[in-house]
Design a protein around this ligand. Structure first.
Ligand SMILES: Nc1ncnc2c1ncn2[C@@H]1O[C@H](COP(=O)(O)OP(=O)(O)OP(=O)(O)O)[C@@H](O)[C@H]1O
Ligand SMILES: [Mg+2]
Length: 167
């Protein structure tokens, strides 16, 4: 597990760009946190790190469930907020994008329930006041566990205060 303090939007941008630059085909990032925690904001910066052109501004997909952006890899931005649970997810056809060759970012991933894929990076944001956010990154699956050390190094290089917990 990796824990970070994002003191401002600048730090959130740095983390998003790290995640976007390091993204690989098939990556699944699950973003949790309260309304306004910064999930969509982080996704915008992940898009920037994936070289999504700035004119393809990432808006909240709340009303469309899925937005697709062209980057170094395709970015699928999914917001499950309005879905009731896994039956809704199954009926929506979103699973084709959640297990896809691009990079998939899912807000409100608790809705996936038993459909949650085993390989994923879980990112939880919480408001720490004054524009700051606490972030926890939890890797699931061997590949993400192996990649956590690189993420840690990249966060340190970007002057993000990072704490890694091997437990
Ligand atoms: N350090 C920070 N990181 C991220 N967002 C921040 C930060 N500081 C302030 N903000 C602001 O907090 C708001 C976060 O809104 P955002 O839409 O990203 O939240 P969300 O988690 O996607 O919410 P929702 O669950 O409603 O989709 C934005 O207005 C953003 O500018
Ligand atoms: Mg959002």
């Amino acid at each position: 597990m990796l824990e970070l303090v994002l003191h401002s939007l600048t730090d959130t941008e740095a983390l998003g760009r790290i995640l976007g630059r390091g993204a690989r085909a098939g990556d699944l990032l699950l973003l949790s946190g309260n309304l306004g925690a910064g999930k969509t904001t982080l996704t915008q910066f992940i898009a920037a790190g994936l070289d999504v052109p700035p004119e393809c501004y990432v808006i909240s997909p709340s009303f469309s469930l899925l937005l697709e952006y062209p980057g170094r890899l395709p970015l699928y931005h999914i917001d499950c907020y309005r879905l009731g649970g896994e039956d809704d997810v199954e009926g929506s056809g979103l699973m084709d994008y959640i297990v896809a060759d691009g990079v998939t970012v899912v807000e409100w991933p608790d809705r996936l329930g038993r459909l949650t894929p085993p390989d994923r990076l879980e990112i939880t944001l919480s408001d720490a006041g004054d524009g700051a956010r606490n972030v926890r990154l939890v890797p699931h699956g061997q590949q993400w566990r192996e990649r956590l050390a690189d993420l840690h190094q990249a966060c340190i290089a970007a002057s993000l205060i990072a704490r890694i917990d091997e437990s």
